[in-house]
Write a protein that binds this ligand. Sequence first.
Ligand code: DAH
Length: 375
Amino acid sequence: MSGPNTSYDPVEVEALKPEEIERALADALAAVAAATDLDALREAKAAHTGPSSPLALANREIGALPPQARAEAGRRVGQARGELGRALAVRQTELEAERDERVLVEEAVDVTLPYDRVPAGARHPITTLSERIEDVFVAMGYEVAEGPEVEAEWFNFDALNIGPDHPARAESDTFYVAGAEEGTASGAVLRTHTSPVQIRSMLEHREPPIYVICPGRVYRTDEVDATHSPVFHQVECLAVDEGLTMADLKGTLDHMVRSLFGGEGMRTRLRPDYFPFTEPSAEMDMVCYVCRGESVGNPDRPCRTCSSEGWIELGGCGVVNPRVLLACGIDPERYSGFAFGFGIERMLMFRNNVQDMRDMIEADVRFTRPFGTEV
Ligand code: DAH
């Protein structure tokens, strides 16, 4: 045998019969019309134009036809594929437009809706007040000093000239953490005041001038009630230099209350008192920042802040006892100093009219937030 078998009549090829092409096209157009989204359209396209689709198979059969039959079959298949191609393109455009419209609706952002606020907390007013006090002193050239809350008894008491029998050492006031061990002179306590930071500062600095301000937490064995807490805060001030006197202490205190409470007439007064670590010692009061003393003897203008006394008690102060300087290796013949210490909770109570100590301990945001987000 040689040459192609021309006696074969390929017009009878099943896939190329006009009714088969029409059916394939009708199926394909129906699938295109039925596609309701772009994914379905992609599937319909693959099924009806892909390599194993009826129209692609038919197209492949054309080559097997005798030349005289090819043009007719080719035109028929070509028309069908062309029509399908156009239908696909039209449907594609329609579905894309639908999708875009849907996205615009579904993903629209209503900028007028109220947003989900993350509730902001607030810094604790004890922290912000401590920092304000620090700032007043840093502005005068003081350093901020810190010490440990678990403190050696020696720093908390002995070095401050608080003798072994002083009532402040009683277990009813002091949290003892560890007793003095064999061969050691000092047990450990939770510091009962910030005054041991005075000792640490002097030992660290060695040589005056020393100007430090030390805010911090202190502990005493008190039950929690409206005016007491076993944990509270104090701020301690120590200045040691040549020629310092009680007058420098008074000027510093006056400057502090003017800076913290503002306005004309803010000043302090000193009343004699006793502390083992200062000599002379005093209790310091500040003028009532609300009535400025005008409520005194004036029943028509009572003042709740100072109970019409005109003065508010702040804390203790004095000239550093030479024995304390000596304990820290500082020559009391050459140097002198002043010191003071007061409670920060107490100041916050009269400054911001906080009635109950427990509010400060619990630190509920409903308590802290009204103080604002002061930094
Ligand atoms: N440490 C004293 C207390 O806790 C307060 C105090 C008094 C501090 C006199 C001082 C001072 O620095 O000079 O009650």
